[in-house]
Ligand binder design. Structure first.
Ligand SMILES: Cc1cc2nc3c(=O)[nH]c(=O)nc-3n(C[C@H](O)[C@H](O)[C@H](O)COP(=O)(O)OP(=O)(O)OC[C@H]3O[C@@H](n4cnc5c(N)ncnc54)[C@H](O)[C@@H]3O)c2cc1C
Length: 426
């Protein structure tokens, strides 16, 4: 099959848009927009036949711009974005769909999947990394709700992966971060969710160690219905500095919110009942700054971690997000999926904002500050990883998980056709 009818090349009117993602521009030789699994197979075969490197693009949010490539082939899946309700609350979502439109469509049927927080993030990109969303403690990661996937392999075959079909591939897709083939459709178990109580409580920026400690202790005994993220934000652009607790309660019983109000001095609160699809937001526009981003999964959010977080924040110029985990997320057997860091109590993400002309010394300094937090974790999350050193890759999967992923990669992608990702070398 020729790929000319789905190709956008340099010089074409649409090339500028086709070479631009949320994470930046590149100079691909061709961007292909397949509309069927056959066209995806032809696209892979084109790249292989020409000996060109390949990038697979869904939402285009990967911080290292993995959905884009210089002098290679991009397969952009945006034409495969359908959402279909199958019955028994199972849903099939195209490999090019993004969460905002998918959540809006599911909302029409009184359904939701715990996803991420951002409208334009890709369903397939986020799910293959993990999927930390606003109902994580009630319904687990997005990948915990995946029932099956349709995949076009490096060899151009269309296969289905589920607990009973190509079970090894199914295991690897759930946490393997996009190494195994082009996922053209995902089938999920959605949940009957109409509305949630969502919003924020803002606290005075005082005694931050006590504030974080109070939040951790409250979340340790909170019901699974409650998922929260505590953000320490520096003054940035139009936003003043603040300690903001983002709250999502997937229940009508609001008593779980009460203890949160006494962890610090409340200066503002805005929590209301909203359709799930409406709590997803668009991410911030690209800033003229270079963020040095780190994330880590900590097993115990103890005083030493708390102190590292507040000290780093008080140095200034960085935001810290703390996502409390537990609940359904923690009850999944660590070997059940390729996302194995189930013993983590929390995920901490920090970005230090630096001017574009920051020197390497400035960046080294920012990384040193991050290390005071990051070195206390048991691993990290592919979705928020902004660098790809061997140490970064090693932190994504415990050794036994990585060994198993490697063996599965040898079966499904022995030539490493899919290598523009946090790469598992076969
Ligand atoms: C503003 C913002 C908010 C975020 N919020 C959250 C959040 O709340 N929770 C969370 O867990 N994560 C979150 N993330 C992280 C996000 O999950 C990851 O960056 C994710 O990989 C992005 O997926 P994408 O499809 O948008 O990106 P892309 O860059 O298109 O893809 C990411 C990776 O997946 C591969 N890939 C994508 N689609 C396919 C496919 N169909 N088949 C095979 N491989 C594929 C790509 O090749 C690439 O390696 C956020 C990121 C940003 C930038």
């Amino acid at each position: 099959m020729t790929i000319d009818h789905i190709a956008v090349r340099p010089g074409d009117a649409d090339y500028e848009a086709a070479r631009t993602t949320k994470s930046g521009t590149a100079n691909p030789s061709v961007v292909l927009f397949p509309t069927s699994t056959d066209e995806v197979a032809a696209s892979i075969s084109h790249a292989r036949a020409e000996g060109l490197p390949l990038a697979i693009r869904n939402g285009g949010h990967n911080a290292l711009n993995f959905g884009n490539i210089d002098d290679g082939v991009v397969i952009d899946l945006s034409k495969l974005a359908g959402v279909e309700v199958l019955g028994d609350d199972r849903v099939r979502i195209g490999g090019g769909a993004t969460w905002g439109p998918a959540a809006a469509e599911l909302g029409e049927h009184g359904l939701a999947i715990s996803s991420g927080d951002t409208i334009s993030v890709g369903v397939a990109g986020l799910t293959q990394a993990g999927g930390f969303g606003w109902m994580l403690r009630k319904h687990g990661l997005a990948l915990d709700n995946l029932l099956a996937a349709e995949v076009v392999t490096a060899a151009g075959e269309v296969v289905r992966a589920s607990a009973t079909e190509n079970a090894d591939l199914f295991w690897a897709l759930r946490g393997g971060a996009g190494n195994f083939g082009v996922v053209t459709a995902l089938e999920f178990q959605a949940q009957p969710v109409a509305t949630v109580r969502y919003g924020m409580i803002e606290f005075a920026l005082e005694d931050l160690d006590q504030l974080v400690k109070g939040w951790v202790e409250t979340m340790r005994v909170a019901p699974d219905d409650l998922t929260t993220t505590l953000a320490l934000r520096p003054a940035f652009g139009p936003f003043p500095a603040g300690a903001i607790l983002f709250v999502c309660l997937a229940s009508d019983d609001t008593s779980a919110l009460e203890p949160l109000r006494s962890i610090g001095t409340v200066v503002a609160e805005d929590i209301g009942e909203r359709p799930y699809a409406e709590i997803l937001e668009e991410g911030p526009p690209p800033q003229p700054v270079l963020p040095v981003v780190g994330n880590t999964l900590v097993e115990s959010f103890d005083e030493s971690v708390i102190h590292a977080v507040t000290t780093a924040y008080e140095l200034g110029g960085r935001v810290v997000f703390m996502r409390y985990l537990g609940g359904t997320f923690a009850r999944v057997d660590p070997s059940a999926t390729a996302f194995a860091h189930r013993s983590a109590e929390a995920m901490i993400i920090s970005a230090a904002f630096m001017p574009e002309d920051a020197t390497e010394d400035d960046r080294v300094e920012a990384r040193k500050v991050w290390a005071t937090i990051g070195d206390q974790g048991i691993g990290s999350y592919a979705g928020f990883l902004g660098s790809e050193t061997p140490e970064d890759i090693a932190a994504l999967w415990p050794p036994a998980t990585l060994d198993r992923l490697r063996r599965i990669k040898q079966v499904w992608d022995p030539d490493n056709t899919f290598r523009r990702n946090f790469n598992i070398v076969p």
